[in-house]
Ligand binder design. Structure first.
Ligand SMILES: Nc1ncnc2c1ncn2[C@@H]1O[C@H](COP(=O)(O)OP(=O)(O)OP(=O)(O)O)[C@@H](O)[C@H]1O
Ligand SMILES: [Mg+2]
Length: 536
């Protein structure tokens, strides 16, 4: 026999749960789903809610108080936000809350508040909490709401007056600057492998937290995972309270100090007023040349000093170092300078200055570059040789992923575990790509588009024909073509030889003594598809 009960009902839903297995692989998706439930249940426990049931990838929870329900929703979002800061894979949850009289039968709840909460949940975006008028009216002070007006919610006869609950990250993480936008993008596949490199970088980051300055230079061929590794470490560091800055060098149209400008503009836009003000008072107005936004942040910001160009340059270098010094007093910093093989000379001078200056900096610089694009007389090659002698500078050369990790990547792409033929395909792909994750993804995409990998009605992929018979994907060909374009003439000649006699050649470039390091199958095709003469 059922009864009527005035209740506040809360629904949650894990955003994008259907695509999760595709992004991170079935095993990782399952463990992420379990983590997510554990986090939500922790919040329910501390706020006095009662879990009614588990609905798909979410929970239905009831409360006798609407304040407690809103408090629970905020606690859930804060716990997820805190967890995301330290995790490899991010996830988000939407939440809907409604209050009213519910029919209670054998411990389950039915009726208007249940339907409304479920519909509000479905209408919310990841990270959002939506609730109805009654919740808004009855929740005690201490919560902020933003009216959203009348929403047309599927399944409800009338438009429904809804509010968004405003929530902030928990105190312990609120002081950290937000991640730069480029690092907030969720990558299409989960992170695999690189345990040794990640351990090494984490060790450096720990030293930075203790007060040291460290520079790690991550090198490798295009697509090998330099940016992703740096990003991965930076996001972890951010979870531990680090300020993270990101600046990329431009291939064409580079402005002087390009990567620094990008990195510093983020800092100047987000940094606390008092740090910027104190810096201006102590060190003058040079910084506006790189980050003009500082003028709007600091009223009466001084003009840069005018003197001879060399002194001006020196003042600018000093302004940046001093800003980093002030900024890293409160929190350690991770600064990514991406694609340094395209850096302009002023940017490299600034990097040299920051890496060698004796100011106390709790700073980890992560520089990435394509070693395949550095001739001996490249300005970066000269800087690398000089920095080699400096304490606290390490080099991290990346090579291809191991077969097991390529299998994990492929399982993530397929959304299911690989069986015998799938594993054999993985072996072939490792052979063809040398474990370069970019090439792996491109080759898989190509195999699907060419009809060699077919998804059956059961959602599983099967292989048609022999992958050796398929051509080179266009985007891989372009990358290879662009690399060939950049090589010096002797290197191109060496490459042409390598293309003819195969990848295991001992051939070395006569100028730089390096072996051409294209993946096996790309060198094989260089002759016909990306021949030096056709690519400038
Ligand atoms: N360990 C990894 N696990 C999963 N995916 C990875 C991994 N490393 C790289 N990737 C993916 O491979 C692709 C290429 O990686 P990334 O952009 O970091 O290469 P890169 O070395 O920086 O290349 P470039 O020299 O062109 O900048 C990206 O889609 C990235 O997400
Ligand atoms: Mg990169």
């Amino acid at each position: 026999m059922g009864s009527l009960e005035t209740s506040t009902v809360l629904f949650t839903d894990l955003v994008g749960s259907t695509g999760l297995a595709t992004r991170v692989g079935p095993g990782a998706a399952e463990s992420l789903r379990r983590d997510h439930f554990a986090i939500l249940r922790g919040a329910v426990e501390t706020t006095g809610g009662r879990e009614v049931k588990n609905v798909g990838d979410g929970l239905m929870v009831v409360f006798t108080s609407s304040s407690a329900a809103v408090g629970c929703a905020v606690e859930m979002q804060q716990r997820i936000e805190r967890r995301n800061r330290k995790a490899d894979e991010q996830f988000s949850v939407r939440i809907g809350i409604s209050m009213g009289e519910a029919d209670v039968e054998e411990g389950d709840y039915f009726g208007p508040p249940v339907v409304e909460a479920a519909r509000l949940c479905a209408a919310a975006a990841g990270g959002q909490i939506l609730c109805g008028d009654l919740v808004r009216a009855t929740a005690r002070e201490g919560h902020e709401f933003r009216p959203l007006g009348l929403l047309d919610l599927k399944g409800l006869p009338e438009p429904f007056s809804a509010h968004e609950v405003d929530w902030q990250p928990a105190e312990d993480s609120a002081h950290t600057l937000p991640l730069p936008p480029r690092l907030r993008e969720v990558p299409p596949v989960g992170y695999v492998g690189r345990d040794v490199e990640r351990e090494g970088l984490t060790f450096l980051f720990d030293q930075v937290r203790e007060g040291a300055r460290r520079v790690a230079l991550i090198s490798g061929e295009p697509g090998i995972g330099k940016t992703r590794l740096a990003t991965q470490l930076a996001v972890h560091g951010h979870g531990d309270g680090a300020t993270v800055l990101y600046g990329r060098c431009d291939e064409d149209l580079g402005v002087p100090y390009g990567p620094w400008v990008r990195a510093l503009r983020h800092y100047v836009t987000e940094a606390p007023d008092e740090i910027l003000r104190a810096h201006a008072e102590q060190y003058g107005g040079e910084l506006a040349q790189l980050a003009p936004e500082i003028r709007t942040r600091v009223p009466g910001y001084p003009e840069p000093r005018e003197t001879d160009p060399e002194t001006e340059r020196y003042l600018l270098l000093g302004a940046v170092t001093s800003l980093l010094e002030v900024a890293t007093r409160d929190a350690p910093m991770v600064l990514i300078l991406d694609d340094l093989h395209w850096a302009d000379s002023p940017s490299l001078s600034l990097l040299r200055h920051v890496a060698t200056h004796d100011a106390p900096l709790r700073l980890l610089v992560l520089g990435t570059y394509r070693d395949s694009e550095l001739a001996n007389d490249h300005p970066l090659a000269i800087l690398l040789a000089d920095l080699h002698r400096e304490e606290g500078v390490s080099r991290i050369p990346l090579t291809g992923l191991e077969e097991d990790h390529v299998v994990t990547l492929m399982e993530a792409a397929a959304g299911h575990e690989l069986t015998g033929p799938g594993r054999r395909l993985a072996q072939a792909i490792v052979r063809e790509t040398d474990g370069n994750p970019f090439y792996v993804a491109e080759l898989l995409r190509h195999l699907r588009e060419a009809g060699a990998l077919v998804q059956g009605a059961d959602g599983r992929f099967r292989i048609e024909g022999r992958i050796e018979d398929l051509g080179l994907p266009q985007s891989v060909r372009e990358v290879v073509g662009r690399r060939v374009k950049r090589l010096s003439e002797p290197s191109r000649q060496a490459l042409a030889v390598a293309a003819v006699i195969g990848r295991d050649t001992r051939t070395r470039c006569s100028t730089c003594s390096r072996r051409p390091r294209l993946p096996r199958w790309s060198t094989r095709r260089v002759r016909s598809d990306a021949s030096p003469s056709r690519t400038r």
